[in-house]
Design a protein around this ligand. Structure first.
Ligand code: ADP
Ligand code: MG
Length: 678
């Protein structure tokens, strides 16, 4: 779609390839190529006023010219210039084509960056021109965009190419409603795009940028709101105010709720008892005890005669929840069923029938739970665990199942504030701030291959003391571009070690490509303590709870995101025993080292996530592809908080007045990516 850049005269396949490295294929892409800054050549200074790093135009007379041919392919020209207030050295490297344009005594303008050199201030390879009245072809007016560069592209080439593209392209169609432009004082789209590349002044450039950033944030907000459905319907919630058995359940727990859990439970109860449907996100680090809150909320709903559903991201987790929850609810007189993709056809029909007729009170499952044929008799609450792995679409579907059941979302994924606002802007957020007491912080070690034997010996010792061990290998479960090498590494390592170092120890292997029956079997044996060492891929990432496991060895640790490492590591340190994590890494780079250091020093998931972001930089802010959100070209989530808030307010306004914006919203709906997964 669009006119390819090769349509332009100066752009042949070679340059087209370089442009492609910037994500530019068409003239439209060029028009939307965001300058990363501007050169203000109208800004002038006297030499006496210069300071390092200033980008500025000076006007000065050439006092001396010194040209040296250093090697056959390397020459240097130094100009010594003066403006009466001081002197400056200007250096050109390889000035082959320009050296004849300078004459001693001529007055010229130079634009460039000031650096401090051995002999005072210098400018290197500045832009220059003769400073005479007759010079009408001046390059020193206005503000020039500075584009991101790739390979051999130059600013001049990009400026010329973008200008040509803009001249050829018809006016850019407005895509925001008039009322929004008015209310938020936004430039129209065509003006904004053209201003971005040739602003009269920096203020105009900022306004243009603001308009385009607003457009992106506003659009994404609307997409998310449309996908979620109109969930904040006032007064349509269920009043869960009847008698329930939550007190009895709390009394029967083998532990006391922490104050942090109490607080969140209190918030959940208030939501459930109010006339509005609950739409709450519970953020709590791994091991903070979210599951029991889910259990309490479900019990409250069931006590009021409604069904409760609990959705987990993987079969392993759904089954684990089922195993834990089923006996507890059974003791209270409720029937719990498990619905996953692994059920046989007959069994599945039976379970669906129980859900449809209301025989089943609590339904635990994977996304099998939100297929079209799953019909609830009387759904009261829908809880998703680690829902960021689910599509928003599914969440909306889940919500559609009923009149307006309550929604509770639980996640241990620490998300930065801006992203949380975007993704969960319409939700109430609870945070479980502290872990249950008595947990000993996990001790983490970063090791390389030379320490392998020692680590294995230590693992054996822990096993002799009765503990269990995880050995984790990088692999994204069920990813399309699965790397076979990684899959092999878990399997191979298992084959190798279970026959050598660990040959007298019961070992097991789980990975995402195993049949789920087989996987369950291995997991169950690990939970039962029969298997002592579990070789695994990241299938064990979220929620797997084996308090007796106290050592986690992670292979190729540098391949994981820090947040993911943190979640993996959270599989140990769940019981009374001191737990350990060993990160094996071959990476030697500085960033890799800092990342491992963070893991070693911190056990605070939110801190780790922030640091990780800092290291990765805003470029990769989203870790985005992972969310499937459209990429922002202009908006920057570090800096555009204020614009985000406006965009959010505007989006809410539009949703509220949706009948006035029908066509507009219909267009937004069409833009929603199919693959979005939060
Ligand atoms: P997560 O928040 O990661 O889902 P879980 O709900 O799996 O955490 O809880 C982790 C472990 O802590 C479980 O074994 C659970 O039984 C236990 N736990 C939960 N709440 C408490 C508490 N208040 N005191 C002690 N242990 C608790
Ligand atoms: Mg959990």
């Amino acid at each position: 779609m669009g006119i390819p850049v090769t349509f332009l005269k100066g752009v042949k396949s070679k340059r087209a390839a370089m442009l492609e490295a910037l994500g530019v294929r068409t003239l439209e892409d060029l028009a939307l190529l965001l300058p990363r800054g501007y050169e203000d050549r109208t800004k002038t200074a006297r030499i006496a006023e210069l300071t390092p790093d200033l980008e500025v135009t000076i006007t000065a007379r050439i006092m001396r010219i010194d040209f040296r041919q250093i090697r056959r392919n390397f020459s240097v020209m130094n100009l010594r210039v003066s403006d009466g207030t001081g002197e400056l050295t200007i250096t050109f490297y390889n000035p082959k084509y320009i050296k004849n344009r300078f004459e001693k005594g001529a007055v010229m303008r130079f634009f460039g960056k000031i650096v401090k050199g051995y002999y005072g201030f210098e400018m290197t390879n500045p832009v220059f021109e003769v400073a005479s009245q007759e010079n009408t072809d001046t390059q020193f007016t206005g503000i020039l965009p500075i584009y991101p560069l790739a390979q051999d592209l130059t600013q001049n080439f990009l400026r010329k190419t973008v200008t040509e593209a803009l001249a050829l392209l018809p006016p850019f169609q407005e895509n925001l409603p008039d009322a929004i432009l008015q209310k938020y004082n936004l430039m129209d789209r065509d003006t904004a795009i053209r201003t971005l590349h040739a602003p009269d002044d920096l203020e105009k450039a900022l306004q243009a940028r603001r308009r385009l950033a607003f457009e992106e944030l506003f659009t994404v907000q609307l997409m998310l709101m449309l996908m979620r459905g109109n969930y904040n319907k006032d007064g349509l919630g269920i009043y869960f105010t009847g008698q329930d058995q939550t007190q009895a359940l709390i009394a029967s727990l083998p532990f006391r709720l922490t104050p942090a859990q109490e607080n969140v439970w209190h918030e959940i109860q208030q939501d459930m008892e109010s006339s509005n449907p609950m739409n709450r996100l519970v953020l709590g680090d791994v091991g903070s005890g979210k599951t029991v809150l889910a259990l309490l909320a479900m019990t409250k709903a069931m006590g009021n005669g409604y069904q409760a559903a609990f959705m987990a991201p993987t079969e392993i987790l759904a089954e684990q929840h089922y195993r834990k929850i089923q006996p507890m609810l059974s003791a209270l007189g409720y029937r719990t069923v498990l619905l996953t993709g692994a059920l046989g056809a007959q069994k599945r029909r039976d379970v669906l029938e129980e859900i449809r007729t209301g025989v089943a009170h609590c339904i635990i499952g994977t996304h099998a739970l939100i297929q079209k044929d799953v019909v609830f008799a009387k759904p009261g609450i829908m809880i998703t665990d680690e829902q960021h792995r689910f599509g928003v679409r599914q969440r909306a579907l889940l919500a559609e199942q009923a009149t307006t059941p309550d929604i509770l979302v639980m996640t241990a994924t620490p998300i930065p504030r801006t992203l949380a606002l975007i993704l969960y802007g319409d939700m109430d957020i609870s945070r479980i701030e502290t872990l249950p007491e008595g947990r000993k912080p996990i001790r983490t070690f970063v090791e390389n291959d030379t320490r392998r034997d020692r680590v294995y010996a230590w693992a054996k010792k822990l096993i002799e003391e009765g503990r269990q061990v995880y050995i984790v290998h990088p692999l994204v479960e069920e990813s399309d571009n699965m790397d076979m090498e990684d899959l092999l590494s878990a399997t191979e390592n298992y084959e190798k070690l279970s026959r050598s170092v660990f040959k007298d120890i019961p070992c097991g292997l789980v990975h995402g490509r195993m049949a789920s029956k087989e996987k369950d079997d291995v997991m169950a044996r690990f939970v039962a303590g029969e298997i002592k060492i579990l070789f695994a891929t990241t299938v064990i990432e979220v929620g797997v709870d084996v308090p007796n496991a106290t050592l986690m060895i992670i292979e190729n640790a540098e391949r994981f995101g820090l947040a993911q490492l943190h979640q993996l590591r959270g599989r140990v340190g769940r019981g009374a025993h001191q737990s350990y994590c060993v990160l094996f890494t071959k990476a030697t780079g500085e960033v890799a080292a800092s990342r491992m250091q963070i893991m070693k020093e911190s056990t605070d998931g939110f801190l780790i996530a922030e640091k990780d972001l800092e290291l990765r930089g805003p470029g990769d802010f989203f870790g985005t592809q992972q969310h499937g959100l459209p990429q922002f070209r202009v908006a920057n989530l570090y800096e555009d908080m204020a614009i985000l808030r406006e965009a959010q307010e505007a989006a809410q306004g539009v949703i509220r007045a949706s009948s006035e914006y029908r066509d507009f919203l219909e267009n937004i709906r069409k833009m929603i990516p199919q693959t979005i997964a939060l």
